[in-house]
Design a protein around this ligand. Sequence first.
Ligand code: PGA
Length: 256
Amino acid sequence: MTKFLIAGNWKMNLGPTDAAALAGELSKKWPSGSFSNDVVVSPTAISVPAVVDALKGTDIAVSVQNVHTEDSGAFTGEISTPMVKDAGCKYVIIGHSERREYFGETDELVASKAKKVIADGLRAIVCVGEKLEERKDGSQQKVVKKQLDGVLSAIDSSDSKNFVIAYEPVWAIGTGETASPEQAQEMHNYIRSVVADRWDETASKNVRILYGGSMKPANAEELLSQDDVDGGLIGGASLKADSFSELIEIAESLSK
Ligand code: PGA
């Protein structure tokens, strides 16, 4: 039985005051013991302490959106895994398409970040996904396989429970356009087969594969009902307590 993982990616929104207000609303609605799946929110780093504080007494975990591969040193503007753990986070999002596109993150860098995050006892949510032109020319599986290859070599199958993959077709992120449930299932099933080939069948079942790209209450049930969709990485719809709560409720109603 895999638990769904419902993860909110707040991106560069909500400073400490607003982030604490949203986390406070979630905290009221979802006290400890009120859901059976895994729920995570990922504020911008500067809002993490306020959110961790506001979520005390809940089962909602906190994530960051990026880390460096070193523990400390002269890396202006970066944060490290010991800092992330010290702040009370359990997850790190790695290799989001916005980081690949605007901050030059390569597959190699994404793989070394995933390795570091898992070695330090955090859970990695590694994002993969093709661009529109790659979907149009039919190369989406090739693209995603290449993005996964380095990561699967960098970490060990024994860490499969701490490894989460988020399939986020770039053309569906923040566009209101969503992959159809069939497109999502086809890619998720393919991703699971790549993991099974590189690792093994059991490890491939332990890895949770999230869908991301305009997931919202109106389309979540269909997407989460697909066999290989184990949750969602949600941007826009995670910024309001009502819509994020609806997503948590939908996952609860479908619990695998
Ligand atoms: P979106 O973002 O739900 O706003 O499309 C998803 C993401 O980028 O993680």
